[in-house]
Design a protein around this ligand. Structure first.
Ligand SMILES: *Cc1c(COP(=O)(O)O)cnc(C)c1O
Length: 406
């Protein structure tokens, strides 16, 4: 997820346009800003590049999810079905609108298992939120069907899959709404930032107001003349951050092409080992290739591989055990203990505490054997070869130490 690896003159130029005017805010100051509207321009570019009718920038991907949920009418007592494997921001956003995160198993797509989703539906279910983790997508046809059958909304957390697609449509533009994150480690970055994309004018108008204290933005150049048809917050992006994003979005096709090339080369090397299997990708042509995700046969072999890589000073990228408390339910003690700073509704804390005793053996069986190798834009062909060969050697060593069970 490497936009920051290509920081350059283009970003500096865009930021400098803003510094020249000194207008760092995206709204108002029409005269002194001398025609510089970086946030507006970036929203237009996002619509054009990703094929969304509307785009609302936000201060982060987490803010984008929160905004989308509010605009979709998700609130107190509603249940949102989401995967056990994601980034903590997904459940943070659900909780921030007073809704209840209902965690369900992932399958070997590393995203929502549609059968697990079906079994989790209750009369309180309002939304299904697939998270297109590590660059690739959930089975969106299956999830859309479930939404239609049960009258639910589909919110795509596409924060990690900028530029990925499913059957010809860009990820994040297929559900009722979808979000990207432009934080520092994502495929394209603003430093901090995010966006909600939607094809619904109604949802967009709500996002537009929600991110700016409920302003209707109909008062003309005088912000004081705007009306406030509903209560909002401040989730605005700054012009400086939007300027960085504008330079990055113009390079995103190049990022994606390099990612695909590097991903293909590394995959070819690992494919030489018959004991390695790869993540299922519902539409392989649409993989944005930010990561190469793959599996070994057992947890023991995977641990042995990761330890071998660690001994060589290389981080292997396993989300299940190693130094990573962000991505998988086994490490979310703060969620399972409902550790809030302030008082919460009883139904929310009850549900969270139930996760302390609920186990997810199907997710564990996938995640404990999974390695997600982050793809760098800066690798040379020689470096990929060297990296791949080191990985193959470490896999062979692990297999020799822990023979597969017969
Ligand atoms: C990064 C990320 C987010 C949140 O983005 P921020 O911009 O860091 O707030 C949400 N969901 C997923 C899956 C992410 O990877």
């Amino acid at each position: 997820m490497p936009g920051f690896e290509f920081w350059g003159e283009e970003e500096k130029k865009e930021v400098n346009d803003v510094l020249e005017t000194g207008i760092l805010m995206r709204y108002g100051f029409d005269g002194p800003r001398k025609g510089v509207w970086k946030a507006k321009e970036l929203e237009q570019e996002i619509c054009r590049k990703f094929g969304s009718q509307y785009a609302q920038l936000t201060s982060s991907g987490t803010a984008a999810l929160t905004t989308a949920m509010a605009a979709l009418g998700i609130g107190h007592g509603d249940e949102v079905i989401m995967p056990t494997f994601t980034f903590v921001a997904s459940f943070e956003a659900v909780l921030s609108v007073g809704a209840i995160p209902v965690l369900v198993d992932v399958d070997d797509t590393l995203t929502l298992n549609p059968e697990a989703v079906k079994s989790a539906i209750t009369p309180k279910t309002k939304c299904i939120m697939p998270v297109h983790m590590c660059g690739s997508m959930a089975d969106l046809d299956a999830l859309k069907n479930i939404c239609e059958q049960h009258d639910l909304v589909l919110l795509e957390d596409a924060c990690q899959s900028i530029g990925g697609s499913y059957k010809g449509k860009m990820l994040g533009t297929i559900g009722n709404a979808g979000t990207f994150s432009f934080d520092f480690v994502k495929t394209m970055t603003c430093g901090e930032g995010g966006v909600v994309m939607t094809n619904s004018e109604d949802i967009y108008t709500k996002c537009d107001g929600y991110t700016d204290h409920g302003h209707d933005h109909l008062g003309g150049p005088d912000r004081g003349a705007d009306l406030h048809p509903f209560i909002g917050y401040n989730f605005r992006i700054s012009e400086l951050h939007a300027a960085v994003g504008l330079a990055q979005i113009r390079k995103v096709d190049q990022f994606l092409a390099i990612q695909k090339k590097n991903h293909t080369q590394l995959k070819q090397i690992l494919s030489q080992v018959p004991e390695v299997s790869f993540r299922s990708v519902p539409d392989p042509a649409g993989d944005s290739c930010t990561f190469l995700s793959w599996f070994l046969a057992t947890e023991e072999i995977t641990v042995a591989f990761v330890e071998e890589m660690k001994a060589q000073g290389i981080l292997a990228g396993n989300f299940y055990w190693y130094k990573n408390n962000w991505h998988y339910i086994t490490k979310w003690d703060h969620l399972k203990n409902a550790e809030f700073l302030n008082r919460q509704a009883h139904d929310v804390t009850e549900k969270l505490r139930s996760y302390a005793t609920q186990s997810f053996p199907a997710s564990d069986a996938i995640m404990s054997r999974c390695i997600s190798t982050a793809i760098s834009l800066l690798w040379t062909d020689e470096q990929i070869k060297e990296k791949g060969e080191k990985m193959v050697a470490a896999i062979r060593k692990a297999l020799a130490h822990v023979p597969a069970e017969v």
